[in-house]
Design a protein around this ligand. Structure first.
Ligand code: NAP
Ligand code: G4F
Length: 320
């Protein structure tokens, strides 16, 4: 039986990946951050909590990572844990660097010293591109990286250190350069769930307004359960490599707002206000991936596109 260790199992992707790997017959181990209030609601929502051995661990604490690897003795490690909120990285840049950058190095060092054939998946991101695009207005594996935030800079370190350890020590370590992916389990501070949650509350009379930052910013939004399958496929290849995972479409935050309010039969302009304070010191304004490599080598393609995604991300009653 294959064993997998998932860091960040309490997050959106961690929960969906745990569900996916459990269905593949894996023995599952997951790291979580001990806190005064348990945070297993996503694992409970997917009815997966009892199938996972949970190990308290923090990406800044090397000994706890070593403990997690020793207990789980994994064939595959999925390093999903991160300070994942770009906006917060401007307030906590050093923590973000420690967790998202050096945290990746800690796992690589453990694998290097243990000399075991452990495969590592690193949760890399389209944020690495910043304002960089190809001539066709898209981003692929060859597009240069121009990070725009402390989050992206930390993740860029993670990306490069994975490549360096792969090439220097022959470690099977791969970066999944994932574009934004959403779901009903997405954290409420991210813009898609912030919008869909507000739509539900406004529709039922609990709230009157929705304040947002940059409405012109555009993202390539996909559906999280499909993206965790890509993570797994990346580790099933005979050779470690880096892959863009995206839908190849781009839509603005305003389009998302229009679609979400329209799905609930409301006119967004009556409810949405722009709050300058919610705009970031530096934002990524245009993301649109090119997933040709993943399509060809992994045989992976997204099925859920924008309009369906908006409805899935909206309150469950609108998901049908
Ligand atoms: P998420 O929902 O925010 O989950 C992040 C996970 O990391 C949570 O389990 C969190 O634990 C854990 N974590 C945070 N700080 C930690 C630390 N110091 N030590 C150990 N665990 C820590 O993020 P997600 O959307 O699932 O994303 C998963 C990964 O993919 C992240 O690395 C993210 O940066 C990357 N990514 C995401 C997207 C996307 O669109 N979702 C796109 C590209 C890349 P708590 O539950 O205790 O907070
Ligand atoms: O939903 P967001 O916070 O996601 P962002 O910054 O794109 O980051 C997410 O995707 C990355 C992949 O590209 C991941 F690496 C990262 O971990 C995370 O999952 O913001 C999306 C856009 C931004 O341009 C932001 O400025 O929406 C804009 N926005 C406008 N108003 C807002 C708001 N974002 C948030 N969170 N809240 C607002 O009120």
């Amino acid at each position: 039986m294959k064993r997998a260790l998932i860091t960040g199992i309490t997050g959106q992707d961690g929960a969906y990946l745990a569900e996916f790997l459990a269905n593949k017959g894996y023995q599952l181990f997951g790291t979580y951050r001990r806190s005064s209030t348990p945070n297993f609601w996503r694992l409970q929502a997917l009815d997966i909590l009892q199938k996972v051995t949970l190990i308290p661990s923090d990406l800044t604490d090397m000994s706890s990572l070593l403990e997690a690897v020793t207990i789980s003795d994994p064939h595959e490690i999925y390093n999903l844990a991160a300070q994942s909120y770009v906006g917060a990285s401007f307030y906590q840049p050093m923590l973000t660097a420690e967790v998202d950058g050096t945290g990746t190095l800690r796992f690589l060092e453990i694998i290097r010293h243990l000399k075991k054939n452990i495969k590592l998946y690193q949760a890399s991101t389209s944020e690495l591109y910043g304002d960089s695009i190809n001539r066709d207005g898209r981003q692929d594996e060859e597009t240069k990286f121009l990070p725009n935030s402390p989050y992206a800079a930390a993740k860029l370190y993670g990306y490069h250190i994975v490549k360096i350890y792969r090439e220097a020590y022959g470690i099977f370590a791969s970066n999944g350069i994932l574009f934004n992916h959403e779901s009903p389990l997405r954290g409420l501070e991210f813009v898609t769930r912030k919008i869909t949650n507000a739509v539900g509350k406004i529709k039922s009379g609990f709230e009157k307004k929705l304040k947002l930052g940059n409405l012109e910013s555009a993202r390539d939004w996909g559906y999280a359960p499909e993206y965790v399958e890509a993570m797994w496929l990346i580790l099933q290849q005979s050779k470690a490599d880096d892959y863009v995972i995206s839908t190849n479409e781009t839509h603005s935050v305003q389009e998302f707002v229009e679609e979400a309010f329209a799905a609930a039969g409301m006119d967004w302009e009556k409810y949405v206000e722009v709050d300058e304070l919610l705009k970031r010191p530096k934002d990524v304004v245009h993301l649109r991936g090119d997933n040709s490599k993943a399509k060809e080598i992994l045989n992976w393609q997204p099925k859920v596109k924008f309009k369906k995604l908006v409805r899935i991300s909206t309150v469950p009653t609108l998901a049908e």
